[in-house]
Design a protein around this ligand. Structure first.
Ligand SMILES: C[S@@+](CC[C@H](N)C(=O)[O-])C[C@H]1O[C@@H](n2cnc3c(N)ncnc32)[C@H](O)[C@@H]1O
Length: 266
């Protein structure tokens, strides 16, 4: 599957911020609870973006770990490197593309993660095999991604506002099917955990900010929605109108994130 997608720093950080401000459950705490990190581990986070998980692991382990973050996006890696300098955390950030052989030796990591990113790989079995190759025997890979019922309200409002069919998203359309089955066929064992986080909005503004940061990041993925630059603002106006109507009717907007955490053992 050809994926024409590039994350932008502002959009990614905006969505992370909205999750933490309006969500009632903390995904980092959930993840740390189920992945069972140990001091001294050699850890790799792929699709690390601005380094959110790398910094979380460092803090959780009190700095007692070797941590590497890899991403294809140099702008996000620069952001992670500046934060690394600021916090004096000594995490290594490297360029790594899911669609190429990872620039890493085999059998070296105890734990590897890939949060909200694996579905941007073009050839899922290839990328899963690369993730498997760099892990030690007995090492574990954690991935997270959207389940099919994720963000139902977000899609319902966009559907009502535009009257258009939502194009299949690389995440929710493939994560619990194609990606899970590639993990099952490559690893000896896969455990499944589910995280739910309702984001509750008392006004439309944060919902619109979230939508803007999702649609703009996904503009290429939402190709059938945007014929020209003006279309984006027109569609945002319709979404504003429909979400205000829903808010008046229901008193609040509730967008439930439903995330799968798959833990595979080599
Ligand atoms: C939604 S962001 C998640 C970032 C981070 N894991 C987090 O949770 O904050 C998806 C990430 O996947 C990365 N990505 C997309 N395509 C990639 C590729 N081909 N190789 C490596 N990383 C890629 C993006 O650059 C982005 O950092």
């Amino acid at each position: 599957m050809k994926i024409d997608y590039r994350e932008t720093t502002n959009d990614l950080l905006k969505r992370i911020d909205i999750h933490s401000q309006y969500g009632s459950n903390n995904i980092d705490e959930w993840m740390l609870k189920i992945i069972n990190l140990q001091k001294g581990m050699n850890i790799l986070d792929v699709g690390c973006g601005a380094g959110k998980q790398c910094f979380s692991y460092h803090k959780y382990l009190g700095g007692d770990a070797i941590i590497t973050g890899g991403d294809v996006n140099e702008e996000l890696l620069d952001k992670a490197k500046s934060e690394n300098l600021r916090l004096k955390t000594n995490i290594k950030f490297i360029s790594l593309d899911f669609n190429k052989i990872f620039p890493l030796e085999p059998n070296q990591f105890d734990f590897e993660s890939c949060c909200f990113a694996i579905y941007y790989a073009e050839d899922i079995p290839f990328t899963i095999r690369e993730m498997h190759r760099v892990l030690k025997t007995g090492g574990r890979l954690f991935t997270s991604g959207p389940m099919p019922e994720n963000k139902q309200m977000f899609y319902d409002i966009i559907r009502e506002a535009t009257g258009k069919v939502i194009p299949p998203m690389p995440g929710s359309s493939r994560y619990s099917t194609q990606i899970l089955s590639a993990m099952k066929s490559t690893f000896s064992m896969v455990d499944i955990e589910i995280f739910e986080n309702p984001l509750v909005f008392d006004s439309v503004e944060p919902f619109l900010a979230y939508t803007r940061a999702s649609l703009s990041e996904d503009r290429k993925l939402w190709g059938s929605f945007f014929q020209s630059k003006d279309d984006f603002e027109k569609i945002m106006d319709s979404i504003h109108h429909v979400s205000s109507k829903w808010l008046d009717r229901d008193g609040k907007l509730v967008m439930k994130k439903v995330v799968g955490g798959f833990i595979a053992t080599k």
